[in-house]
Design a protein around this ligand. Structure first.
Ligand SMILES: Cc1ncc(COP(=O)(O)O)c(C=O)c1O
Length: 383
């Protein structure tokens, strides 16, 4: 029997061997607490210093603008809550702007700020590609707007927001701009100066790093309130002894992304093209989920009318294809995808979403097998 095919790299990626090697010393011989004065502490502190330098070089910022966190969700939480509550405390305003197609780490945080912390929240309408325009953003900004959060690459459908353009609008109005770049990091160049953002979230496990570690870029001078209080780690913004092995792993993973980006791109893009060409024949029952003009090269998403996306995933798994219905966090939820609904899809389509995401180890044969298997499973579910 054929070995199973993993086409869910947007949910998570395997830890690269080089990343594992970079982490191992900090689990054993070099186990020190980076806040300790002695040599064990200094070794750990040095590892974090090097990791901060590497991340800063990757994002084109300064090391003191990098804050280590416990993953992409925590970075988003810290960005939104930290910036919003600091602005509120300083009396600068209490209006936030985002969209309904953000990852729940952003959307639910913004909704909590609205429901429990007295913020006003505007959810910008998105177009059929899950994107918003600069004009829409300009029209929504009010004198009391303090933060805009718009994601770089959508985790469900892969759309790329024109973040540089949108961030420029926010900046022109003196409003902070956060982008969730968790899905983008494995594929796209992330230059915070070119993007013009004030806050940017990363999560290592999407780019062949370990789970449970991430980073938040915070532009120097941005007022932030600590969300997790305690010790003075991470310049007092995120208390708690840092997870040195995972931080070293994240930095090694980002280095690999930067080294491999150029040769990796056409390979993944070709595989994605093969998937998109193979799966959805245009027709009333199935289609690529309105492929946006630009998307990460590893990501393909489809919708099948009147097919239960969760049933499809289970069947695919039994047949040896690992996929997801858009967001790993929402798998098992029988409701239609809120992202697809926001993009204008009817509920009978929005229940049948499928996300296939290729990775470094994916082959053309894997893709061909997945295409045939999707066809077979969709046909079987329709019967
Ligand atoms: C766009 C986006 N933001 C945030 C997250 C959450 O990241 P983490 O799993 O590291 O908490 C994810 C994970 O799926 C994501 O795709």
């Amino acid at each position: 029997m054929r070995p199973p095919v993993y086409l869910d790299h947007a949910a998570t990626t395997p830890v690269a061997p080089e990343v594992l090697a970079a982490m191992l010393p900090y689990f054993s011989a070099q186990f020190g607490n980076p806040s300790s004065i002695h040599r064990w502490g200094q070794q750990a502190e040095h590892a974090m210093y090097a990791a901060r330098q590497q991340l800063a070089a990757g994002l084109n910022c300064s090391p003191d603008e990098i804050f280590f966190t416990g993953g992409g969700s925590e970075s988003d939480n810290l960005a939104l809550r930290g910036a919003a509550l600091a602005a509120q405390a300083a009396g600068r305003g209490r209006h936030l702007i985002t969209t309904a197609v953000e990852h729940h780490a952003v959307l639910h945080t913004a909704q909590q700020l609205r429901d429990h912390f007295d913020f006003d929240l505007t959810l910008l309408a998105v177009d059929a590609h899950a994107c918003v325009s600069a004009q829409q953003l300009a029209d929504a900004i009010r004198p009391d707007t303090v933060l805009v959060s718009l994601m770089l690459a959508n985790n469900e459908v892969g759309s790329l927001q024109p973040v540089a353009e949108l961030a420029a609008v926010a900046r022109a109005h003196g409003v902070l701009f956060h982008t969730d770049a968790v899905q983008a990091a494995s594929q796209l160049e992330l230059d915070v100066q070119a993007l013009g953002v004030d806050l940017l979230s990363l999560g290592a496990h999407k780019f062949y790093g370990p789970k449970g570690v991430g980073a938040l870029y915070v532009r120097r001078g941005t007022q932030m309130l600590a969300v997790q209080t305690g010790g003075s780690q991470e310049h007092g913004l995120r208390a708690g002894t840092q997870n040195v092995p995972l931080i070293a792993g994240m930095a090694a993973a980002l280095q690999l992304v930067l080294q491999r980006r150029a040769p990796g791109k056409p390979h993944l893009g070709q595989l994605r093209g093969r998937l998109v060409a193979g799966v959805p024949q245009p027709g009333p029952e199935r289609r690529a989920s309105r492929p946006p003009p630009q998307r990460p090269p590893n990501h393909a998403s489809f919708v099948f009318r009147e097919v239960d996306g969760n049933a499809l995933l289970m069947r695919l798994d039994l047949e040896g294809v690992a996929a997801s219905s858009g967001s790993a966090c929402k798998t098992g939820d029988p409701r239609p995808s809120s992202v697809l609904l926001a993009m204008g899809a009817q509920p009978d389509w929005a229940r049948g979403s499928l996300r296939l995401s290729v990775g470094r180890a994916t082959t053309a044969a894997d893709v061909d097998y997945a295409v045939q298997t999707v066809e077979r499973c969709v046909a079987a579910l329709r019967k």
